[in-house]
Design a protein around this ligand. Structure first.
Ligand SMILES: Cc1ncc(COP(=O)(O)O)c(C=O)c1O
Length: 297
């Protein structure tokens, strides 16, 4: 489903997750992500009628990634307390540092606990197009839903977001007009027949532009290989920038390149570095513990 952007894609997917796992009873429900997740996750939770205590935003590991062991410990603790974990949001390409949560491990965890796995790949899912990102394809295929924003790393004009859901019937269950109609007269909802697809039944929007046309036209005009090359070029540029920053006496690399994103700070002469660069390969602590959670909003 093409939607306006990553925020609405996240909302659409999480609405389906909520209805599928919780029905109309939201009591004790818990949704998990890291503090590095995009704020649109917190906003979606609010719009979906969940309280601020129902979103558990866990501190990430040293590489700014959601730690599956810490997450499992927290889920166990919540289950023991009689709460109802129902979904996990993994981010592929966090907005701040381009960190990639360990999607394969998180998918395994979600399967073990019977939770919905939503992957917010608004920026980072395009990495799967590149040679370096080949392994990500399999990982993304394990998600129940995936946010992908062609208006980010596919260079499309704004208002070209996308949400993919493993079982599209779950979108229909949440959004179909016939579920929500108020009477049978004015605006009596038209049911899709045979192989017709009524996009109105699959998301929150009724009147809509033909967003798919932008993506289709640029793929037809430039070819998929041009997009692969452009993503690769972004990765090379960020590697190049990291090398230049590291070699520069007045600059500190604050986070290594992750999916084309890096952060750095100016370190004027005489001022010591405040923090060493975080490494993308640093592993989570060996001892699982119930981590501190920060509630959003
Ligand atoms: C990881 C992530 N998710 C969601 C969004 C929201 O996307 P949009 O601005 O298209 O609503 C962003 C935007 O920066 C993002 O980086």
């Amino acid at each position: 489903m093409f939607v306006s952007g990553g925020s609405v894609a996240n909302l659409t997917a999480l609405a389906a997750a909520r209805d599928h796992h919780l029905g109309s009873d939201l009591t004790g429900a818990r949704l998990y992500c890291s503090t590095q997740a995009h704020p649109s996750i917190a906003r979606a939770v609010h719009l979906l009628g969940l309280g601020r205590d129902q979103l558990i935003a866990l501190e990430p590991d040293a590489g700014q990634r959601l730690d599956p062991r810490g997450l499992a410990a927290r889920i166990d603790a919540d289950l023991a307390a009689g709460l109802r974990p129902f979904a996990v949001v993994a981010t592929v390409g966090t907005t701040s540092t381009g960190a990639v949560d360990p999607v394969t491990d998180l998918a395994r965890l979600c399967r073990r606990y019977g939770l919905w796995l939503h992957v917010d790949g608004a920026h980072g899912a395009a990495f799967a197009l590149s040679d370096r990102g080949h392994a990500l394809r399999d990982a993304l295929g394990r998600a129940d839903s995936l946010t992908f924003d062609p208006h980010k790393w596919l260079f499309q004009p704004y208002e070209t977001g996308c949400v993919l859901v493993r079982d599209p019937e779950l979108l229909r269950a949440t959004f179909r007009m016939s579920r929500h109609h108020l009477d049978t007269g004015y605006l009596h909802p038209a049911e899709a027949r045979h192989d017709e697809v009524n996009l109105d039944d699959l998301g929150p929007q009724q009147s809509r532009g033909l967003r798919a046309l932008k993506v289709w036209l640029s793929l037809k005009t430039f070819g998929a290989a041009a997009f692969r090359r452009a993503v690769d070029h972004g990765l090379h540029l960020s590697d190049h920038a990291a090398a230049r920053i590291t070699a520069h006496p007045d600059l500190d690399l604050a986070s290594s390149p992750g999916l084309g994103i890096l952060t750095f700070r100016c370190r004027p002469p005489g001022v010591p570095p405040t923090r060493p660069p975080s490494t993308a390969s640093s592993s989570p602590s060996a001892t699982p513990s119930v981590p501190r959670a920060r509630h959003c909003f």
